[in-house]
Design a protein around this ligand. Structure first.
Ligand SMILES: [Zn+2]
Length: 211
């Protein structure tokens, strides 16, 4: 079976296992538990539009999860079927950020490519953040300055309450040669952000606002 689960879908499934564990720990009403099981399973299966029999069988046991050990075991079973983030070559980086000279891609050796939906890294010399995200079956690049907000807030990519920074990027204005600055609060720590993402909706919104 080929990998078919996207990283953010894996995070969503993980979240459902957490909801099930919490439910079993707090509810003692059988009906409540049964509803919770049904809803969780439905949510997981609805992530995918056309599951084949093998894929369905893999995901089916999600509603049997009661405790952290079972969740861990289940997540280990499905992890190999998560689609890893594509390797980014120097050539892709040059194409996405033609004006950034000598920009180095971050080392991905220590990164589990199944755990990222987008690649985000800071270029400390210039105080800029670079983001490579999938968009319309290809990659798109976003870049801008990043300034820590020194407080927690809602991230425009993962929607969680995290340590954020103001990501200020320039987009081309309607009049040729003009630029408009647009600011968005996003997680300072892109790896943490990736772990939080359970839908790509916000990322897509951000890309469309900034492109
Ligand atoms: Zn975030």
């Amino acid at each position: 079976m080929e990998p078919f689960i996207r990283s953010e879908q894996y995070n969503f499934i993980k979240l459902q296992t957490q909801i099930l564990i919490n439910g079993h720990a707090t509810a003692n009403d059988r009906d409540v538990i049964n509803t919770l099981k049904t809803v969780s399973k439905e949510r997981v299966l609805q992530l995918f539009s056309d599951l084949n029999e093998d894929q369905k069988q893999l995901l089916d046991p999600v509603d049997t999860i009661k405790d952290p050990a079972q969740a861990e075991n289940f997540l280990l079973q499905i992890k190999p079927y998560v689609i890893p983030f594509k390797e980014i070559t120097e050539k892709t980086i040059k194409k996405l950020f033609p004006k950034a000279k000598k920009l180095k891609a971050p080392s991905l050796e220590t990164v589990d490519l199944r755990e990222i939906s987008y690649l985000g890294w800071d270029d400390h010399g210039s105080g800029r953040k670079f983001i490579i995200a999938p968009h319309h079956d290809t990659f798109t690049g976003l870049h801008g300055t990043i300034k820590p907000a020194n407080k927690k807030g809602i991230c425009a990519i993962c929607s969680r309450f995290e340590e954020i920074g103001m990501f200020m990027s320039e987009t081309k204005g309607k009049v040729q040669g003009t630029f408009i600055k647009k600011g968005n609060y996003i997680c300072l720590d892109s790896m943490k952000c990736n772990q939080n993402i359970t839908t790509l909706e916000k990322m897509t919104d951000l890309i469309e606002r900034l492109k």
